[in-house]
Design a protein around this ligand. Structure first.
Ligand code: ZN
Length: 160
């Protein structure tokens, strides 16, 4: 069976970015997703599985179909006093920023000079090709109940 909306896909994967493993299913474990409802997966992975069948896969997802292209306009410099309390002012520190009514965005401190702090609010993998490698163990049709609930029941899913 091919992966498409309305199927339950059980698979394992590793994500490499710039040759480094950034994310993976735990050794010997798989994830089960209801296709179209997999909000927990890293960007671009779910759509890259569309149309595939059981077996190994290796997929390079370009930035436009993953975290988006890198936008230099999303690098801003702010004062130390502009930071919410609880954020450690250190290069490399990640936190969530909220801009007006928009959804929270992840942000990273990339430089600190005196009172000025440079913050990059591009998504973590913006501008990067995401290399996914893994194995699809099974693809099955979802039950009407799973589709109604929007998640997988049974093995790898919700027990209720
Ligand atoms: Zn349920």
């Amino acid at each position: 069976m091919e992966v498409r909306p309305g199927t339950v896909v059980t698979f394992e994967y590793a994500l490499r970015v710039d040759e480094r493993v950034e994310d993976s299913t735990p050794e010997g474990e798989s994830v089960a997703i209801l296709y179209g409802h997999a909000s927990v997966l890293p960007p671009g992975l779910e759509s890259a599985l569309l149309g595939r069948t059981s077996g190994p896969f290796r997929i390079g997802v370009p930035p436009e179909r993953a975290a988006g292209v890198y936008d230099p306009g999303k690098v801003v410099t702010v004062g130390r006093g502009d930071f919410p309390t609880g954020v450690a002012l250190e290069v490399g520190e990640e936190f969530h920023a909220r801009d007006g009514d928009s959804a929270p965005v992840s942000a990273r401190i990339t430089a600190i000079e005196g009172d000025r702090v440079t913050v990059d609010t591009n998504p973590e993998y913006a501008g990067k090709v995401l290399e996914y490698e893994g194995v699809i163990h099974s693809v099955r049709g979802a039950t009407p109940e799973e589709i109604e609930h929007g998640h997988v029941h049974g093995e790898g899913g919700v027990a209720h």
